[in-house]
Structure formats: C-alpha cells, structure tokens
Design a protein around this ligand. Structure first.
Ligand code: ADP
Ligand code: MG
Length: 227
C-alpha cells in the first residue's frame, strides 16, 4: 500500500511549522503551571500532592518529547539554506540514534554515498531523526533499520526500511496527520514534521508498509549539481 504527499506552498510550510512549535510546547507547560498553583495551597493531602507532582512530571516529559520531534537540532538562524552532504548529515543522525537503537536491541545498517542536496542542516537532520526513530520504535524485539540511498542524474533517494510491526492501511492513510499516534507516549508530531520538511525541500515521499513485515519510507530530493 502506498500513499503520496501533496506539495504545499514552501513559505506556508515554514511559518506553520514555527507557529505550531510554540503552541505545542505551551500546552503542557500551562498544565504544569496549573498544578503548581494548586499545590501552593497548604491544606492539601499528601496523596493528592503526589498525584499532582506525577501529572506535572508527565506533562514536562511530554514537552520534552515535543521538543525532540521539532527542535533537536535547533540553532538561532534555522532558515539558512546551504549545500548539504547527505552522507555526512545521515551519519550524524544515525550516530545520534545509536544509543536508543542499542537499548532497543535494534541494529542500524547504513549504506551511504556522497551526494549533495540544497537545504537547511537542522531541518534535514530533524526529518531523518524522526523517520529513523519511528523505525527503531516499531521494532518490538530484535531487528534492523536499514538506511540506504541511491543517486541518479537529478535526484537523491533515501530509503529507510525497518523490520518492525508495520502499519495497517488506516495507519498509512493517517501518517503525517498531526497528533495521530498509536504509541502510549507518542506525540503524533514526528511524522508531520518530517513530511513538511521533505516538502520544504521540494522532495517527495512514499510509504510502503505491511503489518508484521515492516515499513519502508522512501524520500526523494532534488540533487544539487556542482558547478
Ligand atoms: P509518534 O512516533 O510520536 O507516535 P509520529 O508522528 O512519529 O508520532 O508517528 C505517527 C504514527 O505513525 C506512529 O504512532 C505509528 O503508528 C505510525 N508509524 C510511523 N512510522 C512507523 C514505522 N516505521 N513503523 C510502524 N508505524 C509507524
Ligand atoms: Mg515518532
């Protein structure tokens, strides 16, 4: 089963992304603030206080998860567009995810080659961080996530395949929809962020998945030709 994204207007995508970040982080922080205010009251049962603390901690964890999905590589001037070496950038992302992969019994197997695309390094890394992380999280016991690429005359194609749980047709259809998550502590924002970044880079993507056999996400970006 395949599904393909529709291209959005570039600027619209950038501003939407920036606007949603502050919105998403403000929500859990508002909840924490509310519970801290409640805890200021003197006549509060120890048990209740404990409950409030746990809720506040969970909301703070959620804020952290949202930051991970949006801003892992954040820098002060995120809009800088430059030539990016795909091999180099993907290696950074994979190195960063290795501890998580090791902890989850997942092998990350990569076969990369030098190729340049035009884009922003922060966004590029965030995009593939989210995609590869989903691959790792999809594997219940042991398995691998493969990151392969190929280059042709005009495009660079990056293929991320996992041996994870796979997705139903309905899940594939909802991939990239904000807040859609099947995970207990998921944000449902990682895929949306990834998809928007691909569109921002004038790329295309397809997802192919089957329950029980895993998921393959294919991202195609315009090759930056060296002058
Ligand atoms: P989150 O990871 O926080 O749940 P995402 O936006 O990253 O949110 O992903 C949304 C949903 O898409 C996931 O909860 C999962 O159901 C599905 N999904 C994404 N990638 C994969 C994958 N590689 N294998 C299986 N399911 C996936
Ligand atoms: Mg995710």
């Amino acid at each position: 089963v395949r599904s393909k994204a529709i291209k959005l207007e570039k600027m619209e995508v950038v501003s939407q992304l920036a606007a949603s970040i502050s919105h998403e982080i403000r929500n859990p922080l508002t909840v924490v603030k509310g519970f801290l205010q409640l805890m200021k009251s003197k006549d509060i049962l120890a048990e209740t206080r404990e409950q409030y603390i746990n809720i506040a901690l969970e909301e703070l964890n959620r804020a952290c998860a949202i930051i991970d999905d949006y801003l892992t590589f954040a820098k002060p001037f995120p809009e800088k567009i430059e030539p990016l070496d795909v091999h180099h950038e993907l290696t950074k992302v994979i190195d960063m995810l290795r501890p998580l992969a090791n902890m989850s019994g997942v092998d990350i197997v990569s076969a990369l080659m030098p190729a340049k695309v035009s884009g922003n390094a922060q966004y590029f890394r965030q995009c593939f961080l989210n995609i590869i992380k989903n691959g790792i999280e999809a594997i219940q016991n042991v398995g691998a996530v493969y990151v392969h690429m190929h280059v042709d005359e005009r495009t660079v194609t990056i293929v991320v395949r996992d041996e994870g749980a796979g997705m139903t047709k309905e899940e594939i259809a909802r991939f990239g929809e904000p807040y859609f998550s099947t995970k207990q502590k998921g944000t449902g924002l990682g895929a949306m962020v990834a998809v928007r970044i691909i569109e921002m880079m004038n790329g295309t993507w397809t997802i192919k998945s089957e329950v029980g056999s895993g998921t393959t996400m294919t991202v195609t970006l315009p090759l930056l030709l060296e002058k």
